[in-house]
Ligand binder design. Structure first.
Ligand code: IMP
Length: 184
C-alpha cells in the first residue's frame, strides 16, 4: 500500500527554476516550449513562470495505438509553425524513450533552427531507445510515480509533490491512494 514522497514540492520548485534559468541562458533570443499533454502541464507552468526570455508555448498530445506496444500517434498537433525556431520539447517522464523518439522525429522534420528535450524525470534504467535529454530535472529509478501533473487513470495530477506508488495496488484499485491524499 506504501505511498511515499519521492520529490517534495520545495525541491521541485528549486530544481525547476534552475532548469528554467539554464534554458534561458541557452536561448537568449527566446524559445518555443512544446509541452506534451497532459502530464507536463504543471511542470510547464512552473518552468515558464520564472523564465526571463520571450517564450511561446504550444501543446502536443499523443495516444498509444494499443496498451503496452510503445507505439504512439499524435492526437493533438501544434498550432504554430516551428520552422526556423528554437524549440524545446517538454515532457514529464522519459521512460522507454519511445514517445520522445517519435515526437522528436515529428518535430525535427518541420525544420526548427534547434530542437532539444527537457524532461522533469528520467528513468534512464528503463530506456529501450537511446535519446539525448539535454535538460533533466531528476534521475529516478524504476518506480511508478504520480503527482505534479502525473497520473494513474487520470487521478492524482493535483498533488504538489512527486510521489512513488505501487503499480500493482493502483491496477487493482485506481482510487487506492485517494483517501490517504485527499481525506475521503
Ligand atoms: P516512454 O514512451 O516509455 O518513454 O513513456 C513516456 C510516457 O509514459 C510519459 O510521458 C508518461 O506519460 C508515461 N509514464 C512513464 N512512466 C510513468 C510513471 O511512472 N507515472 C506516470 N506516467 C508514466
Amino acid at each position: 500500500m506504501a505511498l511515499r514522497v519521492l520529490i517534495p514540492a520545495e525541491v521541485l520548485r528549486e530544481r525547476v527554476a534552475r532548469l528554467a534559468a539554464q534554458i534561458c541562458s541557452d536561448h537568449p533570443d527566446g524559445v518555443v516550449l512544446v509541452a506534451v499533454l497532459k502530464g507536463s502541464a504543471l511542470f510547464l507552468a512552473d518552468l515558464i513562470r520564472t523564465m526571463t526570455v520571450p517564450v511561446q508555448v504550444d501543446f502536443l498530445a499523443v495516444s498509444s495505438y494499443a496498451a503496452g506496444t510503445g507505439r504512439v500517434r499524435l492526437v493533438k498537433d501544434l498550432d504554430a509553425d516551428i520552422s526556423g525556431r528554437d524549440v524545446v520539447l517538454v515532457e514529464d517522464i522519459v521512460d522507454t524513450g519511445l514517445t520522445l523518439t517519435y515526437l522528436h522525429g515529428e518535430l525535427a522534420r518541420r525544420g526548427p533552427r534547434s530542437l532539444s528535450v527537457c524532461s522533469l524525470l528520467d528513468k534512464s534504467c528503463r530506456r529501450i531507445v537511446p535519446i539525448t535529454v539535454r535538460y533533466v530535472g531528476f534521475e529516478i529509478g524504476d518506480e511508478f510515480v504520480i503527482g505534479y501533473g502525473m497520473d494513474y487513470a487520470e487521478r492524482y495530477r493535483n498533488v504538489g509533490a512527486v510521489l512513488a506508488g505501487e503499480l500493482d495496488v493502483l491496477r487493482h484499485d485506481p482510487d487506492a491512494y485517494v483517501a490517504e491524499l485527499f481525506g475521503r
